[in-house]
Design a protein around this ligand. Sequence first.
Ligand code: PLP
Length: 401
Amino acid sequence: MSTEKTIQDIVARADRVLMHTYARTPVAFVRGEGCRLWDQEGKVYLDFLAGIAVTALGHGHPRVTETLRNQAGKLLHTSNLYHIENQIALAERLTEHSFADKVFFCNSGTEANEGAIKLARRYASEKYGPHKTTILAMFNSFHGRTLGSLSATGQEKFRKGFGPLLPGFSFVPFNDLKALDQAWDDSVCAVMLEPVQGEGGVRVPDPDYLKEVKRRCREREALLILDEVQTGLGRTGTLFCYEQFETQPDIMTLAKALGNGLPIGALLATDEAASAFQPGNHAATFGGNPLVTAVAETVLSELLKEGFLAEVRDKGVYFKKRLGELKEKFPLIQEVRGLGLLLGLVLDRPGKPYVDACLAKGFLINCTQETILRFAPPLIVSQGEIDALIEVLEEVFKELS
Ligand code: PLP
């Protein structure tokens, strides 16, 4: 009898035992190398999604694997009751290369955002009193699925049925300073947003927008929280996306690419903001354990290697130009947008058939907000791999349009 597993078997088993929280594509990958993935039947795919902006260094990166192996053989976990040197070393690197003075480690993006919400509220409560609790957040945002982060997420489809959510969040349209001013009152303790909205459709704000938001925060005694879970760690061509907008947050959250696939999140803050957390105020059992922080430090050191981010920027410009050429050829493409290697093609119709057609041809892409094809390849993607995707997109647009 054959021991080969068919994808139908795998799907049937998943249906029996896993909660139906994901509309999964019927593919199961078993191996990866660089930008390539192999499924259980041996078919090879080029990955232009990187596990949704996670595997920035690609699959099976030799230095990541080596660090993981070495550290796994030494020590996995102790507890934050004790000092963890790998955690300190990672925080040193993160603070050296960002606006931040202090770091708190957790396990995911949503958890980092929970920490950001707590920190901003506690800071305001200690400094200004109990009335200052409102967080201004954005329509179309995405901050995660736990109840605090969900309360900051301005998309009804994610919130529906989970109420009552956390009180004290008001929503305004992204990239609209007038609306922000109108919604602002004395109770605002923070403005929370993604510098480029990822799940919201790869939306890039006007060049002055973030700077103007920060100016208002400073004048009105509120903190700026930037969620760089998706945009951070080189994705948009600089280590952090805010660097391209001539401003700095007071608090920033990271996750996704930090562990290149190992679960780690981080909450970064200025000394001033971070001073609101004292022993007992916030914690995470697994947060920043020796294994994940060893790997994350390797990831960070790869991203910071001479020329790496400049290459990401060049490849982003090239990729966007090639997508622009497709737009000239196919009227169904309304817009090309994004920064670095976080790019979107806005279609005038649902994108799923195009995602499925690319998959059949061995290319992984994704669709967000129904009509926006999203590309977030490993940052090590080559120009040749970008060309290969463009060729396939061209075929697919011809075949389906
Ligand atoms: N924030 C942003 C901007 C995200 O894109 C995501 C995930 O897509 C999250 C937060 C949530 O991260 P996680 O799924 O690790 O909880």
